[in-house]
Write a protein that binds this ligand. Sequence first.
Ligand code: NAP
Length: 531
Amino acid sequence: MSRKKRLDVVVVGAGFAGMYALHKLRSRGLKVLVYEAGSGVGGTWYWNRYPGARCDVNSLEYSYQFSEELQQEWNWSERYSPQPEILAYANHVADRFDLIKDIQFDTKITKLNFNEDKRLWFGLTEQGEKFCAQFCIMATGCLSKHNIPNFEGIDNFQGELLHTGQWPHQPINFSGKKVGIIGTGSSAIQSIPIIAKDAAQLTVFQRTATFSIPAYNAPMDRGYEQQIKSNYKEFRAHNSQRYAALNNNPSHLSAMEVSEEEREAIYEERWLEGGLPFLASFNDLGINEEANATAIDFIHRKIKSAVDDPDIAELLCPKTVIGCKRLCVDTNYYKTFNLENVVLKNLNRSPIQRITDKGLKTKDAEYEFDILILATGFDAMTGALLAIDIRGRSNKTLSEHWKDGPANYLGLSMNRFPNLFMITGPGSPSVLANMMVGIEQHVDFIADLLSFMQNKDKLQVEANADAEENWVRLVNRIADQTLFSKGCNSWYTGANIPGKPKIFMPYLGYPSYVEKCNEIAADGYRGFEFF
Ligand code: NAP
């Protein structure tokens, strides 16, 4: 049996959250080790290598701000960074801050059990390696457990079966190939226009149409970059006061208080600007169905003007409220359906019955493919955590604790799971705010909490049961005031995974979240219990 490693902190995952946790906690003198399932750093940007993968947040915002030197020295080449460049950035950060020596790659954690007598977490890796640590930081990512639907016959397919979230490292040659893709979320919307350029034929299987805004991606405007860099700190501070911690220029107008012409002009301006700020065109798109309907109408008209075949255009027009599912950002998505080699199939009319050895069979037809792509998303927010057998006090399992949904306090801590923290967990702004900003805020909060414990000679901390219950209630109360939780089957609520408890998971409103965290910390970490 190998010797057990004894650590102060074990971090699970070497994406941007795990990397910063390692840097921060190591700098506080703690012995930290990161376990990472992949062979390199970067998390989501390590795994999602499908053609066209890029960030939908501006490069100058989707980056760390903890080091002024780092944010000054790194130059992004495009407005929205492509996956290889973000991965290169992650590697640069790992080198620059000497992180690799404390990361163990190719290692999946299978068990984490809290020992109440020793007040330590005991862990096991897939390879049978054992370790123990006082603290566990789960930097496992919100979109890291990929979802493979339970299609009958999926193992029979003789061609190449790919998932966008587990893309091979070598380039895939689509040239002259018959390709099928299931799903039309962000990953599909980015990859479809690129694959369509090479494939002999591309068949897209759509169950739910999604709203997509053009990215208008472009080479980085060096003048703009310089302007931001000359005042980076203020730029970041300003953005942190925004609802989603993004520089999205939110409107103070209601869509219902302006004339039709004015509304149209505002939407048009936002459309030409491109990207996620479209949702900030008016201040009530997320709360008022009538206002939301005006945005839907605008986008439907855009889709109909981009797509030649009126039936295909109609099928591409989403019937849900806008914002209920994550808004997509694309380059040439809708126009791709004008290409002769691209076909759109409606799974609502003719659902997939099974995967065959040559392709797939729907209710009405049979298809043959060389390559079949699952762009079917993720078991979001909770999937990666529940994949580990986590047992807290009294041997309570996380799956038992979360049987009705992910109970938590601040999206950081859970009752009966002492000294275990999540970064951008369910209950935190996470995916509905700039992830990089949320990651740094969470890690800083945890680091300060650990210092507080050290100063008070405390060895154990966890959320108390009341704080947890009240927090979940608050997260849902806020979501219930919006349209985010209504009118569609989104991964925000777990509704994309059969059998998963349906509950809205992200906390809406980054600034108010931070305010609450700061208040709680100032009040001696109210809601946490120390032993
Ligand atoms: P997704 O948004 O969950 O989309 C999955 C797609 O697969 C949906 O169209 C879904 O249809 C379909 N699907 C799932 N199960 C199916 C089944 N059994 N039969 C038929 N269709 C099925 O996943 P994603 O596209 O990977 O994106 C996930 C998230 O990752 C995004 O929302 C975004 O937050 C993030 N992401 C970001 C970027 C970026 O920064 N630009 C890029 C990619 C991903 P239904 O809608 O009907 O369920």
